[in-house]
Design a protein around this ligand. Sequence first.
Ligand SMILES: [Zn+2]
Length: 247
Amino acid sequence: MNNIIILMYHSIDASNSVISLSAEIFATHLQYLKEHNFQVVPLATALDLLHKGTCQGTEVVLTFDDGFENFYTTAYPLLASFQMPALVFLVADYCGQDNYWPGQNQAIPRMPLLNWSMIKELTKLGIEFGAHSCSHPDLTKLTRQAVKEEILNSRKTIQEHTGKQVDYFAYPYGASNSATQEIVAKEFQAGLGTFLAPTQRSDNRANLSRVDAYYLKDCFSLLGTPMLSPYLKARNLARRIRQQFIK
Ligand SMILES: [Zn+2]
């Protein structure tokens, strides 16, 4: 099976919002991965195996969008106890503030984000950081110049604070088009979207599929089974229909 699973989490908290999973559920995910012999690896390792055609189909990458403070207080201690790596995508101009950037859905709770001293400490502990823009706009609605600034300035800010190279970009709202993907393809090792599917070797490197763990919260045991892909296809379809009505 030549694919990897890139899981996407947001906030680990008890609010039950659409971007939240409780610490208890998150811990059951990690326990499941450990008990069923999945290899939780850095994204670079997983992509390398994928492109060499040598992955086992058991490689999993854990990603966290928006950089919530509860990554530091709740998610990281659990990850450390399981010795699992993670990649956290930061909204560079909002670090140390909260997630109420312009356009934020008011149904989402206002929650604090990681500050730079937490980010520095986590970097020393082996957590990798990626860029998720400066101010979390829908990049497909901006001018080419504004898109460039959101993508490149966020990378620069994160690199300056962590002293590490930033290799990956995650599109806010998963929204990208050929113009944004072209910039990301040129500047990063890979771009990450939100199309719900296992990541294939044939995926566009500038828009890798990712599985929102929210959709697996009650059925995480589908991971590694042939039922996962049909289930995600059905969820993708339902999500597209729902988005048409929302627009
Ligand atoms: Zn986001």
